[in-house]
Design a binder for this molecule. Structure first.
Ligand code: PBG
Length: 327
């Protein structure tokens, strides 16, 4: 065998022990990078399991407080709340009702947790409207952009009044970040941040979430406002618009099938970039693991590490508390 005269690079040298691998790891995952999405439902006496998301429940106000406490205790970086009202109507009136479920839940958590973790609220109408769309629907079934912005502005103020540190507009209406920023500032909430769901794709991976949040559209789909999975440049355009309108952080969603988008956005902007590992990503792994087809714990860490490697500073994941405890 011909050995080289000079030592050649041997990448395996740095892989021989766990300690060496840890020393040279390029990507880290910490509890503070993770944000836990939580569902809270009005008018239920017990937490309700979500069939398509084993391990995830729709919380009561009380069970939410416990889950939020556990997450904060585990060092999770943030929580994002989704509310499911008892009564829905065409304009999503419960979304900005000061006594609406999310506002009450935010107030509970703000008083329990203070600044121990970051309290976020998803800002959309689809969980609150009887038709399941993200905005005001015209007679012909299309969504009226600017009338919807007025609703979002009012919801943002209600959520900030409730105690949200961050609002996360997820409806993909044009101009939503600007409308919300203006309304927050006018209401004295200059310090409330906006995490813009800037590049949210029209994805089939949201299926299980729509069970959890009870927000599936009764007719049509969301393709007129969410992004076409075929597009990447458009993601950059959306992000730039949101930043110009005053977004403090931007998000790419879903994560795993859009890691190229995460990378591109992370390279383009200087603000924190979040990625949402959505319900379908969670459900796939849980379903395969339940069948014994995947090593659940390893797959979860690998998936989250990949999202961080792609450039996400923050990862929204339904496994946040569990993973934070394991790290
Ligand atoms: C809309 C919203 C959705 C998700 C987060 N916010 C669903 C949708 O656009 O239909 C999906 C999250 C997930 O799938 O985990 N309010």
């Amino acid at each position: 065998m011909n050995l080289p005269e000079f030592p050649v690079s041997r990448p395996r040298r740095l892989r021989r022990s766990r300690a060496l691998r840890r020393l040279v790891a390029e990507t880290s995952l910490a509890p503070s990078d993770l944000v836990l999405p939580l569902f809270v439902k009005e008018g239920i006496a017990e937490p309700q399991p979500v069939g398509s998301m084993p391990g995830v429940v729709q919380h009561t106000r009380d069970s939410l407080r416990k889950a939020a406490f556990d997450a904060a205790q585990a060092g999770v970086g943030g929580l994002i709340l989704f509310g499911i009202p008892a009564v829905k109507d065409a304009r999503g009136s419960a979304a900005d009702d000061p006594d609406g479920i999310v506002q009450l839940a935010l107030a509970d958590l703000a008083s329990d947790l203070g600044d121990a973790t970051v309290l976020m609220a998803d800002l959309c109408l689809c969980e609150y409207t009887d038709h399941g769309h993200c905005g005001i629907v015209r007679d012909d079934g299309t969504i009226e952009n600017d009338a919807t912005l007025e609703r979002y502005a009012s919801v943002a103020v209600a959520q900030a009044n409730g105690g949200a540190h961050v609002v996360g507009p997820s409806g993909m209406m044009d101009g939503q970040v600007g409308a919300i920023r203006t309304a927050l500032d006018a209401a004295g909430h200059q310090d409330t941040s906006i995490l813009a769901y800037s590049t949210k794709y029209a994805s089939a991976f949201y299926g299980p979430f729509r069970d959890a949040a009870e927000g599936a559209p009764r007719f049509g789909d969301r393709a007129s406002h969410q992004q076409d999975p075929a597009n990447l440049d458009e993601a950059v355009r959306e992000v730039r618009l949101d930043l110009a309108e005053g977004a403090d952080m931007v998000m790419v969603k879903p994560a795993m099938t859009y890691l190229d988008v995460v990378r591109r956005v992370a390279d383009e902007v200087e603000v924190p970039v979040a990625a949402y590992q959505v319900s379908g990503e969670y459900a796939m792994v849980e379903a395969a693991a339940a069948n014994g087809w995947l090593d659940r714990d390893r797959v979860i860490l690998e998936a989250l590490t990949s999202i961080r490697r792609a450039g996400a500073d923050i990862v929204l994941t339904y496994w946040a508390t569990e993973v934070a405890r394991r790290l």
